[in-house]
Write a protein that binds this ligand. Structure first.
Ligand code: PXP
Length: 237
């Protein structure tokens, strides 16, 4: 089975809704690690809609598990990554108007940009990961560009509406994972995975780690809500 990277972006989404100090994503990262997370993932977006620069610095300082920093290939964000030195820098495509990352980075199209950015980070000892659609052509170009890790986009699988479409997407993920491993790459996968559909991906033996965020943070709201209400009731009643 696979390792689990916990993406804590949406703890910060909740905090930014009020621009307060709670809930603190650094505390969330610590709790995730205490409960089995193998790595912490966060996305420092250009628009800073959830994770802030200081969160990344603090997570890097206090969390004793690998930090996987998701980022666009943007000069300012690359400068921050070079300073913070996460264990992994994961390149993703980013559009300001999107609600979440919409697809894999097209490494075939953006090969030279990916290669240049990968070199800058690799030269400082940061392992470069590229988030791509599960296609052999993308895996090959990610390897050629200097990536050590590919994260395979599982959104197509997670959003599939029929059993046959889901099976087809799973097969594509498996094929890309086998190809990537054959090239000596480490394989991660993620996006859109939920409690009911993560296991089938985790069972693909070539996949080393799944990165999951929204489902875990959503579940945490309801796992914790009853106790949170009771605690406040005790105070005011
Ligand atoms: N992997 C990548 C590259 C992502 O962009 C995201 C979302 O930030 C995730 C994994 C986690 O996706 P989800 O929040 O749907 O579990």
């Amino acid at each position: 089975m696979a390792k689990l990277g916990v993406n804590i972006d949406h703890v910060a989404t909740l905090r930014q809704a009020r621009r307060e100090i709670d809930p603190n994503p650094v505390k969330a990262a610590k709790i995730a690690v205490r409960n089995g997370a193998d790595s912490i993932v966060c996305h420092l977006r250009e628009d800073r809609r959830h994770i802030q620069d200081d969160d990344v610095v603090r997570i890097r300082k206090v969390v004793r598990k690998p930090l996987n920093l998701e980022m666009a290939i943007d000069p300012q964000i690359i400068r921050i990554a070079l300073k913070v030195r996460p264990d992994y820098a994961m390149f993703v495509p980013e559009r300001r108007e999107e609600v979440t990352t919409e697809g894999g980075l097209d490494v075939v199209k953006h090969f030279q940009r990916v290669k240049r950015a990968a070199k800058r980070l690799s030269d400082k000892g940061i392992k470069v990961s590229v988030f791509i659609d599960p296609k052999v052509s993308q895996v090959q170009r990610a390897k050629d560009a200097g990536a050590r890790i590919v994260e395979l986009h599982t959104g197509g699988y997670a959003n599939a509406r029929t059993v046959s479409s889901r099976a087809r997407h799973l097969q594509q993920i498996k094929k890309a994972a086998v190809f990537a491993r054959g090239l000596g790459l480490t394989v991660h996968a993620g996006h859109g995975l939920k409690y009911h559909n993560a296991r089938a991906v985790a069972r693909i033996k070539e996949i080393d780690e799944l990165n999951i965020g929204h489902a875990i943070i959503s579940e945490a709201v309801f796992s914790g809500l009853a106790a949170a209400v009771r605690r406040m009731k005790d105070i005011v009643a």
